[in-house]
Design a protein around this ligand. Structure first.
Ligand SMILES: C[S@@+](CC[C@H](N)C(=O)[O-])C[C@H]1O[C@@H](n2cnc3c(N)ncnc32)[C@H](O)[C@@H]1O
Length: 253
């Protein structure tokens, strides 16, 4: 799953936002950066290239992601870690970053409280989270394809998990409950560019947790063909582009 995620989804969906978050991180001139939910290291690589004097510690819950990330971005110190129980002493970092990870934390206030604990006083927490599913052109088309392929009980993963923490007021309340002061919050729309709907379908159907639902159904080629047909009807043939919207937060410890 991480290899398909890295090959088909990272360049299209995650790279543009990693460049944005890195520019915001570099403007803070950090010395000791902790990255949470670093995945295969797309943001890590950007941070290492843009802030070469900073020490970067990259973490993820999933060992396979950590192994792939350590290969992609070997300049960081990689470590398996749950964001809700960080294995670092108090006040160890001046910046904590997280790209599209907070939606996956079962207890966000607990995770944010841990982030604040490992930040030095005045340190910053910089992260993004997806806006509602309807604002992500590729995933709207994908969901329509899934609903055609699974007329009964289609997978709802995208609406409920990646796009399931899409309320900026709730995010601000959770940050405040963890003791943070929100300094900046904005909505950001970037364009994704993919070589084809076939590549996107492969990425989403094999590089995300939807893979399990597709495998359970036992006819993955038919699901893939239906999803590609629906995505192509909506996005067009050949190289495809679509808007993708996220919220970006910067909070002070
Ligand atoms: C959508 S991926 C984002 C990965 C990466 N930041 C990127 O931009 O490509 C979400 C990541 O969150 C990680 N994750 C899920 N729950 C986590 C937790 N409790 N603590 C740390 N990481 C977690 C997953 O393993 C996965 O790598």
């Amino acid at each position: 799953m991480p290899a398909a995620y890295e090959r088909y989804l990272v360049p299209v969906v995650f790279q543009p936002f990693a460049e944005d978050l890195t520019a915001r991180a570099a403007a803070l001139d950090p010395r000791h950066i902790l990255e949470l939910a670093a995945g295969t290291g797309v943001l890590t690589s950007e941070l290492l290239a843009t802030a070469p004097s900073a020490e970067v510690t990259a973490t993820d819950l999933n060992e396979t992601m950590v192994a792939l990330g350590a290969t992609r971005a070997p300049g960081a110190a990689w470590r398996q870690a749950d964001a809700q129980q960080l294995p670092f002493p108090d006040a160890s970092f001046d910046l904590v970053v997280c790209q599209f990870g907070v939606m996956f934390f079962p207890d966000r206030v607990a995770a944010f409280t841990e982030v604040r604990r490992v930040l030095a006083p005045g340190g910053r927490f910089l992260f993004n989270t997806w806006a509602p599913l309807a604002t992500h052109g590729f995933e709207v088309a994908l969901q329509a394809g899934l609903e055609r392929a699974f007329p009964v009980d289609p997978p709802r993963f995208f609406a409920t998990v990646p796009h399931g923490y899409a309320d900026p007021t709730l995010v601000t309340d959770d940050l405040t409950a963890a003791g943070f002061t929100v300094e900046d919050q904005l909505e950001l729309t970037l364009q994704g560019r993919a070589p084809s709907t076939a590549d996107l379908a492969t990425g989403y159907l094999t590089g995300t947790p939807v893979r399990a639902a597709v495998e359970d159904r036992g006819d993955a080629p038919a699901v893939r063909a239906t999803v590609i047909e629906e995505m192509t009807a909506r996005l067009g043939p050949g190289p495809v582009t679509a808007p993708m919207t996220a919220y970006v937060f910067r909070a002070a410890a």
